[in-house]
Design a protein around this ligand. Structure first.
Ligand code: ADP
Length: 153
């Protein structure tokens, strides 16, 4: 079975994440969205909320599952038998950052990272911009999937 882990903070999920996941769907038998917990990072939304937002977006897709994990991504991949890591690339900065991690992960574990380029419509979106808009009570709705309603959570 071709199983991929799509790791990230998803604080919160955006149209950019949704675009990458839906476009990767034909490539894999199963995509596990791995919501990371990193004790050094400060999150706006709790792990429960971040997972609930993702669940509400993909509830009708049987091939998509949501997990949380801590620690090394490649260790988690091994534990769930995922041979691929999925990542999105927005710009050259993303590429430079991801390149070293992907090389390291392949050297340490043999796991391949599959990159998809973002759609032009969503390439400017980041969770940090969405967080800023939420904090300042702006209208974030066009940047996140329609199933997500932060005010109701
Ligand atoms: P991380 O903290 O690991 O960067 P994110 O939740 O910010 O977690 O991102 C997870 C993945 O989603 C990364 O591969 C990132 O490049 C990708 N991503 C983030 N925003 C977008 C976007 N607008 N379009 C496509 N991919 C995106």
């Amino acid at each position: 079975m071709k199983r991929a882990l799509f790791p990230g903070s998803f604080d919160p999920i955006t149209n950019g994440h949704e675009d990458i996941i839906l476009r990767a769907l034909p490539l894999f038998d199963e995509i596990i969205i791995g919501v990371g917990i990193n004790s050094e990072k400060k999150y706006m939304f709790s792990i429960e909320k971040r997972m609930a937002f993702i669940d509400s977006v993909f509830s009708k897709y049987k091939k998509i599952k949501v997990h949380f994990y801590e620690g090394l991504t490649i260790k988690y991949c091994k534990s769930i038998d995922a041979d691929f890591i999925l990542r999105g690339l927005r710009n050259p900065a993303d590429f430079e950052f991801e390149k070293a991690i992907a090389h390291t992960n392949r050297k340490l574990s043999g796991i391949e990272t599959v990159f998809l380029l973002t759609s032009s419509k969503t390439s400017f979106i980041s969770s940090s911009i969405v967080r800023d808009i939420i904090k300042n009570k702006g209208d974030y709705k066009s940047l996140v999937p329609s199933a997500v309603n932060f005010s109701s959570k």
